[in-house]
Write a protein that binds this ligand. Sequence first.
Ligand code: PLP
Length: 226
Amino acid sequence: MTADIGKNIEQIDQEIARMCSHAGVPKVAPRLIAVSKVQPEERVRTALEAGHRSFGENRVQEAQGRWTGLKSEYPDVQLSLIGSLQTNKVSQAIDLFDEIQSVDRIKLARALAGEMQKQGKNIPLYLQVNTGAEPQKGGVMTVDLPELHQACKDLGLMVVGLMCIPPADDDPSLHFALLKKLAKREGLQGLSMGMSSDYALAAAMGATDIRVGTAVFGERDYNQPT
Ligand SMILES: *Cc1c(COP(=O)(O)O)cnc(C)c1O
């Protein structure tokens, strides 16, 4: 399995480049964020040794355990937080991550602004949008997005894009199209959308970031200690 990880990354990169040129997407192919949550360190190391540097994690504590050491070994790693963030973890998150893609409420934006000032940082942020209006899911509701974005700007935060996780059994293209429309309306360039099952579609629809776990590393084993 680990032997395939470098090849998986290469194939996904080629496929998204092909999709972009086929769809006439007039810019560089999206960044492939390899989602390493729950994966054994051996697989993550294989991706690093294959030269991959962009990774995503969805939990601060798990990411700290894995990446504090690996980031000092590989200082050019770019780590994205793609999971929901509690305000009591903001300090650790700002310390570890190079960007946060899951900003979804004003209270969190305020906490991030305060903590970044304290740590002398201003990392790029994405606003997560709950495009399916699912009550159990994170993300700002579409009607509340302009207010959240404005609040972030007023706080001096560097918002660069939007992120969404479509409902599992909806056609993802509806959500990708909605996210793109919202980003345009808000004047934002970044579009983080597309996972293992739909990254090619997302790339063709103008994603700037795709977040792929299983198709890079293989299935996650939630029963294994990582
Ligand atoms: C786990 C996760 C992914 C990757 O999911 P796969 O289906 O394994 O590609 C992408 N985005 C978020 C927010 C995730 O939590």
